[in-house]
Unconditional design. Structure first.
Length: 180
């Protein structure tokens, strides 16, 4: 059996709540946006794509390697349209104070690549949270986004998720979680 997998940093509930509140006025201006469910808001660290189900256990074991890392100090950054020219996503950047998240992402990327489960992207890692997606066949004219709450927080949980695509958006099932 084949499964879609990704590794993500989970967000604390107060951050999720703040992002849901922040996106409200943007969603009202842009009916072509589909909000990401609040409990699905996360920071993707490595998207593995479709893998064999029997690869889940060794991938989960590799994700466990980051358990010795210190929690990462983050702050909600600015709103962003991705890509900028013809956006498909509304997101919020994260400020990685001390580069802790970059270290965790790099360690995961290297290990997953060595295991043959991941091909790193060409572009540099951009820590962000996708808060809404542009609906199919819709076009969004990017406009100025409101100021974000700038909320500081510690990222302390990395999870291997299974993504189950569906009509109302993907559903994410946690397969293995590691405290950092």
């Amino acid at each position: 059996m084949r499964v879609r997998l990704f590794v993500a940093l989970e967000l604390p509930d107060p951050v999720r709540d703040a992002l849901v509140t922040w996106r409200g006025p943007v969603l009202s201006r842009h009916p072509g946006l589909r909000p990401v469910a609040p409990d699905s808001l996360h920071v993707t660290l490595c998207f593995l794509g479709t893998r064999s189900e029997d690869e889940v256990s060794p991938i989960a074991a590799l994700v466990g390697r980051v358990s010795g890392e210190d929690p990462v100090r983050l702050r909600v950054g600015e709103g962003i349209w991705l890509p900028r020219r013809r956006p498909r996503v509304l997101g919020v950047t994260l400020v990685d104070e001390g580069d802790g998240l970059a270290r965790v992402q790099s360690a995961l990327s290297r290990g997953l690549e060595e295991g043959g489960w991941y091909e790193p992207e060409e572009r540099p890692f951009l820590p962000h949270v996708t808060v809404a997606r542009v609906r199919a066949r819709e076009r969004i004219r990017p406009d100025e986004l409101p100021e974000t709450p700038g909320l500081p927080f510690d990222g302390s949980r990395v999870t291997l998720f299974r993504s189950r695509p569906g009509r109302g958006g993907a559903q994410y099932e946690p397969l293995a979680t590691v405290a950092i």
